[in-house]
Design a binder for this molecule. Structure first.
Ligand code: FES
Length: 104
């Protein structure tokens, strides 16, 4: 069972935006797609490890800014070359304006 940790407020992640969460124990990206918050790993798994928090959201996909690999942010699965493996995705809860992410 994951441990839910508050990482941001909803106000910090407007619709269509990304937010990097970088703390000692947690590194991930929050995305707001039409009011729904998603959380996924910040590092592209292509060999160069591109920063997905600087990528582009298109629907429910994130595109890596370095070589254009894409991932489904709901499953973490790669959807476009050169991304070729899954990235982690995390459960999200929103309570009283706070975003909580389930850390395994
Ligand atoms: S580092 Fe992300 S596609 Fe190459």
């Amino acid at each position: 069972m994951p441990n839910f940790v508050t990482v941001a407020t909803v106000d910090e992640v407007p619709p269509g935006e990304l937010k990097q969460i970088k703390r000692e124990d947690i590194r991930l990206v929050l995305a707001n797609v039409e009011g729904q918050i998603y959380a996924f790993g910040w590092e592209c798994n292509h060999t160069s490890g591109g920063p997905l928090y600087d990528g582009w959201l298109e629907g429910l996909e994130i595109e890596c800014p370095w070589h254009g690999g894409r991932y489904d942010i709901t499953t973490g699965e790669a959807t476009s070359f050169p991304a070729c493996d899954v990235i982690p995705v995390y459960e999200v809860q929103v309570e009283d304006g706070e975003i909580k992410v389930g850390i395994p």
